[in-house]
Write a protein of this length. Structure first.
Length: 281
C-alpha cells in the first residue's frame, strides 16, 4: 500500500491547516491517530478536530492515540475550535474526542459547547461528531443531542467476535444500543468498520446487518494498518475487490452512503458524503 505525499509550500492548504491547528494549540485525530490521509484531507482544507485532549482513558489494541491519565478539560478549547473553523472557512467540520471515562458525562458537554460555539460563528457549517459510547448514559447522550449536530457517528470498529481481544474496554451490544438511540432521536447515523483484524466473511456480514438494523445509514470501511510494533498485528491485507464487494453488499442492505476501500477512514471525504445523505433524505 502506497500513499502519495508532497512537501507543502508556505501557501499550500496543508500548511494553512497545520498553522491554524498549531497556533490555536488544537489536536486533530489526523495527527494523533497517524491517519494515512492527512496530506490529502488537509490539502482540501478539512481536518477532524479532536476534543478533550490527546490522552485516552481506554487502550484499544488497534489505536495509536496515547493511553493514560488525561489532563483536565480546557474550557477555552470549544472557542478556539470554533474560531479555527471560521478562519478556515469550513462548510463541514468533524469533531471527535478521546474517551474520557474520568468525567461524569464522558465529555458530552464539551462536545455540545463546541458545536454551539461553531454555530455562533459559522451558522451554515454542517457539523459531524464522531463520539465515544459515553457508556450509553442517557444524560450524556441527551446533552449531545441538545446541541443538534447534523450527523452523529459512533464507530463499531470491529466485529462482535473480536471485541474481547481488540477493544476489551468497549462492548459491541452497547455500541449498537448507542447507534440505535441516535437514530431514534432523528439524527443521521454513521458508523465505521476496519478490516484485516482476523474477522471472517460471516462476521462482517452479521456486523453490517446489525448496524443497518440499529439505524445506521452512513458507513465507512477501511483497512487496519498497525501503528507500531506494540499494536495488534495485521492479520490480513484485504484485497480492494473485497472492499468493493462489501460496498455493494451494504448498498443492497439499504445504506445511503458507503465509503469502502483500504485507505478509507471515518472522516474521509465526510463533507461529500454528508451532502449526499442530506439530498437522499
Amino acid at each position: 500500500m502506497k500513499v502519495k505525499i508532497s512537501f507543502p509550500t508556505e501557501n499550500d492548504p496543508v500548511s494553512k491547516v497545520r498553522g491554524e491547528v498549531s497556533s490555536k494549540k488544537l489536536n486533530t485525530v489526523c495527527e494523533s491517530a497517524s491517519c494515512p490521509n492527512l496530506n490529502h484531507c488537509w490539502s482540501r482544507k478539512t481536518a477532524t478536530y479532536m476534543l478533550s485532549g490527546d490522552i485516552c482513558t481506554r487502550r484499544c489494541q488497534y489505536c495509536d492515540v496515547a493511553f493514560g491519565k488525561p489532563m483536565p478539560l480546557d474550557s477555552e478549547e470549544p472557542i478556539r475550535v470554533a474560531e479555527s473553523v471560521a478562519e478556515l472557512e469550513l462548510n463541514h467540520v468533524v469533531l471527535t474526542a478521546v474517551n474520557r471515562d474520568d468525567l461524569k458525562d464522558g465529555g458530552s458537554e464539551h462536545f455540545a459547547r463546541t458545536i454551539l460555539e461553531i454555530k455562533k460563528r459559522k451558522p451554515n457549517c454542517s457539523i459531524e461528531v464522531l463520539i465515544p459510547d459515553f457508556k450509553a448514559k442517557r444524560e450524556s447522550l441527551d446533552i449531545l443531542y441538545s446541541a443538534k449536530p447534523n450527523i452523529i457517528n459512533h464507530n463499531i470498529e470491529t466485529v462482535k467476535e473480536l471485541f474481547p481481544k481488540i477493544a476489551p474496554q468497549k462492548n459491541y451490544l452497547r455500541s449498537l444500543e448507542v447507534l440505535k438511540d441516535i437514530s431514534e432521536h432523528g439524527f443521521l447515523t454513521k458508523s465505521g468498520l476496519i478490516l484485516g483484524l482476523g474477522e471472517t466473511k460471516e462476521n462482517v456480514e452479521s456486523c453490517l446487518e446489525d448496524l443497518y438494523a440499529n439505524g445506521v445509514r452512513m458507513l465507512t470501511i477501511g483497512q487496519y494498518l498497525q501503528p507500531s510494533p506494540t499494536h495488534y498485528p495485521v492479520q490480513e491485507y484485504v484485497h480492494p475487490d473485497v472492499f468493493a464487494f462489501w460496498k455493494s453488499f451494504a448498498y443492497k442492505l439499504g445504506f445511503k452512503t458507503v465509503a469502502s476501500s483500504p485507505l478509507v477512514r471515518s472522516s474521509y471525504h465526510a463533507d461529500e458524503f454528508a451532502a449526499v445523505s442530506e439530498m437522499t433524505g
